[in-house]
Design a protein around this ligand. Structure first.
Ligand code: GLN
Length: 208
C-alpha cells in the first residue's frame, strides 16, 4: 500500500487522514523532514497559505518539500494547499512565497467578501455524478500552463451557490486542476464525506 502523508502543521489533518484511509492507502501526518522522507505522496490541506509558508520554513520543511516536488512526488493541494503549489499567485501578501511546481496562476481570496464561503455542485469528467464542494475564502485559477488539465469549473448564478461579484464578465472559474502528479482544488474535499477526489489521488499514486 502506498503511504500518503498529510502536511500537519495546519488545517483539517484528521479529516484528510480519514478520507485517505477510506480509499485504501496508509495515511500519516507529516510535521518534520524525517517524516516527509518516509511518504510516497502528500496532501497539503487548506488553512492560511501565508501561515503555511511561515510554518513550513520554521519547521524546516520548505526546502525539502520543494525538492520532493521537483523529484516528482505526487501532491494534492486543497485551497491554501493549492496556493502553495502554484508557480504564481496574485493577491498574496508581501514576501509570501509558494513551493511551486504547478504551472498556474492562482488568485487568493478570489470569490470576494460577499461570498466568503459557499457550496456548489461541480462536474468532473472522471465522476458519474456531481461533486458537492465546500469553498472557504477560496482561491481560483486564473491561468493554466500548456500541460495543465482543467478538471472542473464553477459557474456563477443564483442556482450554483456562487453569485458573481465585481464588474468582470467571467461567469465561470477554474477550481480543480491536474498537472502531471500535482492535483489541486480551490475547495475543501475533506469536509463532505465524499472520498472520490482522495480516491482519484490514490489512483494517481498507485499508477506510478
Ligand atoms: N484564503 C486562504 C489563503 O489565502 C485559503 C483559505 C482556505 O484554505 N480555506 O491561504
Amino acid at each position: 500500500k502506498p503511504v500518503i502523508g498529510v502536511f500537519a502543521l495546519q488545517g483539517n489533518v484528521r479529516e484528510h487522514v480519514a478520507m485517505l484511509t477510506q480509499v485504501g492507502v496508509v495515511a500519516r501526518p507529516v510535521r518534520r523532514p524525517s517524516e516527509l522522507a518516509e511518504v510516497d505522496a502528500l496532501v497539503l490541506p487548506g488553512g492560511e497559505s501565508t501561515t503555511m509558508d511561515k510554518l513550513a520554513r520554521a519547521f524546516e520543511l520548505f526546502e525539502p518539500l520543494q525538492k520532493r516536488i521537483a523529484d516528482g512526488m505526487p501532491v494534492f493541494g486543497t485551497c491554501a494547499g493549492m496556493i502553495m503549489l502554484a508557480d504564481e499567485i496574485t493577491g498574496g501578501i508581501d514576501g509570501q512565497e509558494t513551493l511551486g511546481g504547478l504551472d498556474v496562476t492562482v488568485r487568493r481570496n478570489a470569490f470576494g467578501r460577499q461570498v466568503d464561503s459557499f457550496e456548489a455542485d461541480l462536474d468532473f469528467a472522471a465522476f458519474d455524478t456531481p461533486y458537492h464542494a465546500v469553498f472557504i475564502r477560496a482561491p481560483w485559477v486564473e491561468r493554466v500552463g500548456r500541460e495543465v488539465e482543467v478538471l472542473s469549473t464553477v459557474r456563477s448564478g443564483p442556482d450554483t451557490g456562487w453569485d458573481r461579484v465585481g464588474p468582470e464578465a467571467e461567469h465561470s472559474r477554474i477550481v480543480a486542476v491536474r498537472h502531471d502528479r500535482l492535483l489541486a482544488t480551490s475547495f475543501h474535499p475533506e469536509m463532505t464525506g465524499d472520498a472520490r477526489l482522495h480516491g482519484y489521488f490514490a489512483e494517481l499514486v498507485r499508477d506510478l
